[in-house]
Design a protein around this ligand. Sequence first.
Ligand code: FNR
Length: 230
Amino acid sequence: MTTIIGLCGSLRRGSFNLMLLHAAADAAPAGTSIEIESIREIPLYDGDFEAEHGSPPSVDRLKRRIAGADGVLIVTPEYNGSMPGVLKNAIDWLSRPPSDIGRLFRARPVALMGATPGRGATALSQAAWLPVLRSLGMRPWFEGSVLISEASTVFDRNGRVIDAAVQNRIRTFVEGFATFVEAQRGSRLVAAPNVTAGSPSNHDQPRPPFPNLSLSPLVSASSDPSPAKS
Ligand code: FNR
């Protein structure tokens, strides 16, 4: 059985994103289970609390669930053109201490979906997650997309998807991601050891946004006012 942990970035009872996550779970193909986990009990990250008590039980529980799964499906609202703070906070807790990043996140398959009653379809929120996934060394699946706009016309009162075309899109997305997760199962265990994200030795240090692109030549070129003399 392939297990995918589904996380919703909204705590709202009538959340469209939770409806979308349930629709995704219902569309999982045979042999794949999407298991929905709540972030409701996770407190605000506080470094002092962490130093005194370690991580809270709600965080430890979610860590165990993710560590025992094969992939993660993030279903995200968009707040002010970015990701919701509650879910970013949960991911931040999960990434502590940095020595846990490797086993929880590194090379772990992840996909993004999102729904909004507005017209932007969570495109900005989904894009805002990308640096976070990169920082954690996750393995995002980009071969499909589910970006739902005008969500109040997409779901009925019971949270079911009304439109057959949207339902098909969700099913196609979930099937594609499940196939990817299944294919990554073996390779995750032998993920390249030189992946910088997730390494406890460097995760608390400032890093350039893209490790393969060194910014220093640009800086030194512009900081040298004297042209080369012949
Ligand atoms: C929003 N909403 C919103 N929607 C959007 O498409 N783009 C945005 O930038 C924002 N910004 C925003 C900020 C804040 C603080 C709130 C509370 C809301 C609207 C948002 O999409 C709407 O509340 C959704 O219903 C939230 O998702 P759930 O709870 O339905 O899953």
